[in-house]
Design a protein around this ligand. Structure first.
Ligand code: PLP
Length: 454
């Protein structure tokens, strides 16, 4: 056994050496000792040393059905040996079936354009919106309005739509035509209002921005149903319906980014279902395949799609991506959606959220817990130095809690604004398939960590 342990240590050291020499890690300062994740099963992942962790963020808010699903691997293998690739210039069976399935999920009539990532899906949305107005003789309508704190992706347009300054600073200028309005952030209302007693100035800000920019120049607004990565900012119920009205009034398209909120995370099939609105364009990725394979989609309302057909010759959407709608990814997505339906994971998500929210209530007594916000099974715990002043918790405090959770076997996230000092929101978004024991482990661990830190 000692020999085997030595071999494992040597293997790990050799891998770390290669990691240090060759691998460029995402969005993080280089770390000489990254955790090397070896396997996953259900809500748990295991590192190379055999330590098990509950994956409290489902990776990057994406492994909705949990890890280690053999039937997804089998569906991928069957598709790979049947037809590994064909571009969607033609058609293929899993692509057709998935587009139809997404129409059921969306509960409306949409045309589905497949791509690879959430960023791609948003780029496609922007291009479709611009082209649609061009073809309607309104070529000046090209701008998009988004919100501060929003994250919409890493490519030049999607990052342009993103409302977090530090993420953009060294890459600007980005895609042109993006501007931002303040987010619905009731805990720190940008308009100085009291939650529940306001006139939704945050939604009105969108109309004001459209008017200031000139509605003849605005093509669309883009919103997540709830700002997730920007710190779990849950809007009042009437916020999204009001945006729908504003868009209709000014002939502006409502683009809803469901990259995180979709596929059950919100406790409904899509986050916008929680607010009863019908978007013109819906973008999705992550939970579409539970990240078993890269795939994203831009769903475009039937009316908008028809306007492309009616605009005469040469009015097709001039956009292709090699891997978008890869048949293997589509087969993976179909199996993933089948699992979500069969196991009732949308309803399970709502139940997980309710349970976490009610059992976490004691955390609110902790001096550093300012607010707990919940959307389906996505949770944000806003940490402050002082509840009166709401001064955001220091990076050291936030890092200490995350490290303590990790030491006890729970991985949680840290989100907020990239403005220094505002990465003060702990986030949780566990697999929707998490068992009762998994959820109890998450809550017991948090209660113990905050108990120890109180
Ligand atoms: N939109 C939202 C709301 C996201 O959270 C993300 C990624 O975290 C994206 C878009 C971009 O997705 P991707 O990383 O697949 O490009």
């Amino acid at each position: 056994a000692k020999h085997a342990a030595m071999q494992a240590d040597e293997l790990k050291e050799a891998l770390l050496e290669k990691d240090r020499a060759y691998l460029w890690h995402h969005i993080t300062p280089h770390n000489d000792h990254p955790m090397i994740v070896a396997s996953g099963e259900g809500s748990w992942i295991t590192d190379m040393d055999g330590n098990r962790y509950l994956d409290g963020m489902s990776g990057l808010w994406c492994v909705n059905v949990g890890h280690g699903r053999k039937e997804i691997a089998e569906a991928a293998a069957v598709q790979m040996t049947t037809l590994a690739y064909s571009p969607l210039i033609q058609s293929h069976v899993p692509g057709i079936e998935l587009a139809a399935k997404l129409n059921d999920w969306l509960e409306g009539e949409y045309r589905i354009f497949f791509s690879n990532s959430g960023s791609d899906a948003n780029e496609v949305a922007f291009k479709i919106a611009r082209q649609a107005f061009h073809q309607r003789g309104k070529a000046t309508k090209h701008k998009f309005i988004s919100r501060h704190r929003a994250y919409h992706g890493n490519s030049m347009g999607a990052l342009g739509a993103t409302g977090q300054a530090q993420r953009k600073l060294k890459y600007e200028p980005l895609g042109v035509g993006f501007s931002h309005v303040p987010p619905p952030y009731c805990y720190r209302c940008p308009f100085g209002q009291t939650s529940g007693a306001c006139e939704l100035q945050c939604a009105q800000a969108y109309e004001d921005a459209i008017i200031w920019e000139g509605s003849d120049s605005v093509a669309g607004i883009i919103v997540e149903p709830v700002i997730t990565g920007g710190g779990m900012l849950v809007p009042p119920d009437s916020y999204l319906p009001k945006l729908r009205e504003i868009c209709d009034k000014h002939d502006v398209l409502l683009i809803v980014d469901e990259v995180i909120c979709g596929f059950g995370r919100s406790g409904q099939k899509f986050g916008h279902h929680n607010f009863g609105v019908r978007p013109d364009i819906v973008t999705m990725a992550k939970g579409l395949t539970s990240a078993y394979s890269p795939l994203s989609a831009t769903a475009v309302s039937a009316e908008l799609y028809e306007s492309f057909k009616e605009s005469g010759p040469d009015s097709h959407f001039r956009h292709v991506n090699t891997f978008g709608g890869n048949p293997v990814s589509c087969a993976v997505a179909l199996k993933n959606l089948e699992i979500i339906e069969r196991e009732g994971l949308v309803e399970r998500s709502a139940l997980i959220g309710r349970r976490m929210r009610s059992r976490m209530k004691p955390l609110l007594r902790h001096p550093n817990v300012g607010e707990i916000r919940c959307f389906g099974s996505a949770i944000g715990i806003e940490l402050v130095e002082d509840k009166e002043t709401k001064h955001p918790a220091s990076a050291t405090l936030v890092a200490g809690i995350i490290a303590d959770c990790k030491a006890r076997g729970l991985l949680i996230g840290k989100n907020g604004d990239t403005v220094p000092g505002f990465m003060n929101i702990l986030t949780l978004s566990p697999p929707l398939s998490s068992t009762d024991e998994d959820i109890a482990f998450i809550i017991d661990t948090l209660l113990a960590v905050f108990g120890a830190a109180g």
